[in-house]
Design a protein around this ligand. Structure first.
Ligand code: COA
Length: 260
């Protein structure tokens, strides 16, 4: 019996989604993508999930991207459908209302790196290699890479990397802003867990409001962005958690947020 390609585990308000095809370099097969979509649909509605961590089984390759063996057997029309599916699934990840951390425990190429780009925050392994390698396969990044990479690291560097299909080191990824944290491979999951735990202590409604304010406002004018921020702030005003935060401050104790 084949193993589940996606494993989901909930711990103290943090939901871990794990790509589980280590013998295939955690490549994103159709089955894995459908599993990822299903997990996102469930997590989106789950108020107990305060933060999501995306990671992989094994300790060598976070994900080698699209499943190239599966792709080789496809007709042109099937390949088109596969690209649509991977793009849609990345959108599912990016549009999760909770903060998402990619714990990139090994190399990430193509769709594997695009998956990390769909997260809010990336923790990379020092020892890994990273690249949008698609042009070397005579295709282009089709799961958000041409749009998210320039927004994250700037258009010039994104063009250099996408045109050359170069595989860069962890150090170069960190220097150009492709990841927010760079740690030794064996420490990636722990670093993500520490960050997730810290995030999960904060007000759940506030976290969602902060995420949507930044994501929705990022490509708008400052004036429109400020209006988006104001609407997002309003969602926190009527919450019990806002009053709990003030009360805890007065009593010099840690707040306990319920998400209400
Ligand atoms: N799709 C399907 N299978 C893949 C894969 C992919 N994208 N990438 C790797 N695999 C498979 C390999 O074929 C191999 O399977 P096998 O044992 O049946 O031959 C297995 O995963 C392990 O890969 P291998 O290359 O032996 O391991 P490695 O550690 O030496 O190298 C990579 C791992 C990821 C560096 C290398 O496989 C690679 O460069 N893959 C292509 C990555 C890429 O360009 N992706 C972009 C897709 S658009």
């Amino acid at each position: 019996m084949s193993e589940e390609p996606i494993l989901v585990e909930e711990r103290n308000g943090c939901t871990f989604i794990r790509l589980n095809r280590p013998s295939a370099a955690n490549a994103l097969s159709k089955e894995a993508l459908l599993g990822l979509r299903k997990s996102c649909e469930r997590i989106r509605e789950d108020v107990t999930t305060r933060v999501v961590v995306l990671t992989s089984a094994g300790n060598k390759t976070f994900s080698a991207g699209a499943d190239l063996k599966e792709r080789r057997e496809m007709s042109q029309e099937e390949a088109r459908e596969a690209v649509t599916l991977i793009g849609e699934v990345m959108e599912e990840v990016a549009s999760l209302p909770q903060p998402v951390i990619a714990a990139v425990n090994g190399s990430a190429f193509g769709g594997g790196l695009e998956l990390a780009l769909a997260a809010d925050i990336r923790v990379f392994a020092k020892e890994g290699k990273y690249g949008l390698t698609e042009t070397s396969l005579a295709i282009i990044p089709g799961a958000g890479g041409t749009q998210r990479l320039p927004r994250l690291i700037g258009i010039g560097k994104a063009k250099e990397l996408i045109y050359s299909a170069r595989r860069i080191s962890g150090e170069e990824a960190f220097e150009c802003g492709l990841c927010e944290q760079l740690v030794p491979l064996e420490g990636v999951e722990e670093a993500a867990r520490v960050l997730a735990t810290r995030i999960a202590k904060n007000g759940p409604v506030a976290l969602r409001a902060a995420k949507s304010a930044m994501d929705e406002g990022f490509n708008e004018t400052l004036t429109e962005g400020l209006a988006i921020e104001s609407r997002a702030y309003a969602r926190t005003l009527a919450t019990k958690d806002r009053l709990e935060g003030l009360q805890a401050f007065k009593e010099k104790r840690q707040p306990k947020y319920s998400g209400e």
